[in-house]
Design a protein around this ligand. Structure first.
Ligand code: NAD
Length: 514
């Protein structure tokens, strides 16, 4: 499917790079200004993937108008029919999976097994929400009055403005788009500027599956130029945002004056707790995958590990050895690469900044700590897998989201102390415990104030049919995925039908049988 798009020049032969447009009202159109921005491979910045529309408020205006116009007909289409279109889109994604994953590795940097997983999540969510076309269950319940029926039904909110990050370039857009669509909302999506191609590919799958014009619109460009006018637009009725807590706060503020529905999925500082009875081999493997999978650029990344003092030395030795052996590389050029680059220059600069902060705070740099910029790494934004040990939970490297390949290991005396440390940060997304003691596992399950919890598995690995999201500064009380996503993109209507033929007065005291 992505093959039907113009492909970028990777030959260096001087052909023009592919130019990708906005998708508005069923047409692929350039930005009103004619401006474009470049999308380059973070593992090899000489590889220009293509140019994308550098849009502004005028483009947002057109996209919202198209979504608004399409809304009555889309809402009027029976939900099972909407679900069928989604089902066809899922089938297309299945057929295109390998190409889509390769496009994603090229624009985002994570290695192929991970991008295949990202596309698979989009497939899973699309199938799941296709099924919701035949569910979207409401309630029926007995009335207080005779000859009266009552029920509740869902209705769409209207036009949804979706603002998405770069780390799950297709999965996260699908997590928002598919529930919004199956419920009868129309959509304007603004992808992250680092990863617009994966959203182009997702939109193309929907277009080729018969989605009517104007139901989904995509406007590429920067946060201030596109995201801000989108979330502030009077005809956008719900904003669903995934990204940093700082920008999420701005989204919340922009939605507040109009009481606009606002769904926020934000940062994390997730913890793995390793108890003295843990299977250490399992815990080490979990900490490596949780900490350095996706180069640590997951909202659920295990960037903190609290280890019981009785097994601390042994865990640290094994963990550092494994982290040092991780092979960073270009996922398309080197199939043995286990970890891709940081997504861009500024993300790597943030990692370097936090390495310095960790050193200044007195943490022990036990592995990594440097950029990789020689040989095969010379053209990308690579950084070593980095481990700080003997960390104090109060250090900034243990409290602030770094969003890179940096893990801070803290010694603890007990389960109670681990839980206290785990809950001490401003975020509440994911946590995990490694133990063979069921009592400890249940205590931690109960006491960790996070939206996601794992036992004997790392902090990453959510599935589409359980709710996804976090507490505290990670979210604002909503959840993505599962049926909970339907709550985000619908309103409830309670309906009362009186077939008694006379006036029955509810909320008026009457004798039974009167
Ligand atoms: P970001 O906040 O910088 O950007 C997210 C999106 O918001 C992008 O599309 C960006 O262009 C847009 N944006 C930026 N400024 C804006 C503004 N002023 N107005 C409107 N839109 C604006 O985040 P990022 O760097 O793309 O992603 C990394 C962050 O996302 C991390 O904090 C990570 O934890 C978080 N994240 C959270 C989840 C979750 O489900 N909780 C999932 C993935 C990523």
């Amino acid at each position: 499917m992505s093959a039907t798009l113009p492909r970028a020049d990777t030959t260096g032969a001087g052909a023009r790079p592919a130019a990708f447009a906005n998708y508005i009202g069923g047409q692929w159109v350039p930005a009103a200004s004619g401006r474009t921005f470049e999308n380059r491979n973070p593992a090899d910045t000489s590889d220009l993937i293509g140019t994308f529309a550098d849009s502004g408020p005028e483009d947002v205006e057109r996209a919202v108008a198209a979504a608004r116009e399409a809304f009555p007909r889309w809402r009027g289409l029976p939900a099972p029919k909407r679900g069928e279109i989604l089902y066809r889109a899922a089938e297309r994604l299945v057929r295109g999976k390998e190409d889509l994953a390769r496009d994603m590795t090229r624009e985002m940097g994570k290695v192929l097994p991970e991008t295949r997983g990202d596309v698979q999540e989009a497939i899973d969510m699309t199938y799941y929400m296709a099924g919701e076309g035949r569910r979207q269950f409401g309630q029926t319940t007995p009335s207080e009055l005779a000859n009266k029926f009552q029920m509740s039904v869902r209705m769409p909110v209207g036009t949804a403005g979706l603002i998405t990050p770069w780390n799950f370039p297709m999965a996260i857009p699908s997590w928002k788009m598919m529930p919004a669509l199956v419920l009868g909302n129309t959509v304007v999506i603004k992808p992250a500027t680092d990863t617009p191609l994966s959203v182009v590919n997702l939109v193309k799958a929907l277009e080729e599956s018969g989605l009517p014009k104007g139901v989904v619109n995509m406007v590429t460009g920067g946060g201030a130029a596109v995201g801000a006018p989108l979330m502030g637009h009077k005809d956008v009725h719900i904003v669903s945002f995934t990204g940093s807590t700082g920008v999420g706060r701005k989204v919340s503020e922009a939605c507040a004056p109009a009481f606009k529905h606002c769904h926020l999925e934000m940062g994390g500082k997730n913890i793995i707790m390793v108890m003295d009875d843990a299977r250490l081999d399992l815990a080490v493997e979990g900490a490596v995958w949780g900490g350095f999978g996706t180069t640590g650029q997951r909202c659920t990344a295990a960037s903190r590990v609290a280890v019981h003092k009785k097994v601390y030395r042994e865990f640290v030795d094994r963990f550092v050895t494994r982290a040092k052996a991780l092979k960073a590389g270009n996922g398309l050029a080197d199939p043995s690469a286990e970890m891709g680059p940081c997504v861009n220059e500024s993300q790597r600069a943030t990692v370097e900044k936090y390495v310095k902060i960790g050193l200044d705070e007195g943490a022990r740099l036990a592995g990594g700590g440097h950029r990789l910029d020689q040989g095969a790494h010379a053209k990308g934004w690579f950084h070593e897998a980095t481990v700080f040990t003997d960390c104090d939970p109060k250090m900034r490297i243990c409290r602030e989201e770094i969003f890179g390949p940096v893990v801070s290991v803290m010694p603890v005396d007990s389960l109670e102390q681990s839980i206290e440390v785990g809950n001490s940060v401003e975020y509440g997304l994911s946590a995990s415990i490694y133990t063979q003691d069921i009592d400890k596992a249940f205590q931690a399950m109960r006491d960790m104030y996070t939206g996601i919890f794992y036992v004997n598995a790392p902090t990453i690995g959510a599935e589409t049919h359980l709710p996804f999201g976090g507490t505290k500064n990670t979210g604002n009380g909503h959840r993505e995925a599962c049926v909970q996503a339907l709550e985000v993109f619908s309103e409830w209507k309670s309906i009362y039908i009186d077939y008694s033929g006379h006036l029955q007065r509810a909320q008026i005291d009457t004798e039974v049988g009167e």
